[in-house]
Ligand binder design. Structure first.
Ligand SMILES: CC(C)(COP(=O)(O)OP(=O)(O)OC[C@H]1O[C@@H](n2cnc3c(N)ncnc32)[C@H](O)[C@@H]1OP(=O)(O)O)[C@@H](O)C(=O)NCCC(=O)NCCS
Length: 145
């Protein structure tokens, strides 16, 4: 059975595994934990399938402005609809927390993610040149909630 719940500190070993398997340039575990512990505006959610974490997302809700910091589904569970379920959930959470809009950055070649965001109503605002450490450009995308 699939469940979406808030992340706890104990989840970060599993989350770190998903992060490393999902991204060529993963966030360090220490950075995610630091954000989780110290940033009052950050909120992390996990998707579990039969009690095993298969995906997670982090958002920042700064008053009316929301941001998706990260979202990933473990590669062997990708393409099965879990990303959409998680995205729907975090958008509802952000709205409930008072966000009126959400933004995110995504690599310009990450077609799968861009497709998913567009399906939900995100649109491309601009290109952030050389946004990533390897020189990749990012689209800044936005949705009004
Ligand atoms: C992006 C990601 C979170 C999507 O989660 P997912 O569970 O794989 O996606 P879903 O199965 O819910 O599909 C969501 C939508 O993505 C798009 N999509 C999925 N597979 C795709 C593919 N092979 N090609 C293009 N688009 C695809 C489609 O729009 C799909 O909706 P549809 O099935 O109605 O057409 C996941 O692929 C992932 O973790 N990728 C690596 C990390 C990453 O890039 N995160 C985003 C950083 S900004």
């Amino acid at each position: 059975m699939i469940k979406i719940e808030r992340v706890t500190l104990l989840d970060f070993d599993e989350i770190d595994g998903i992060e490393k398997r999902s991204f060529a340039h993963p966030y360090p575990k220490t950075l995610l934990i630091h954000d989780f512990n110290n940033n009052d505006f950050s909120h992390y959610y996990k998707v579990s399938l039969d009690k095993k974490i298969i995906g997670y997302a982090g958002i920042w809700c700064t008053f009316e402005d929301g941001q998706i910091i990260t979202i990933a589904i473990d590669p062997k569970h990708q393409g099965m609809g879990y990303g959409k379920k998680l995205l729907k959930f975090i958008l509802a959470e952000a709205k409930q927390r008072g966000c009126e809009q959400m933004t995110l950055e995504v690599r310009v070649h990450n077609e799968r993610a861009i497709q998913m965001y567009q399906q939900f109503g995100f649109h491309k605002l601009t290109v952030r040149k050389r946004y990533y450490e390897n020189g990749d450009d990012a689209f800044l995308m936005k949705i009004d909630l």
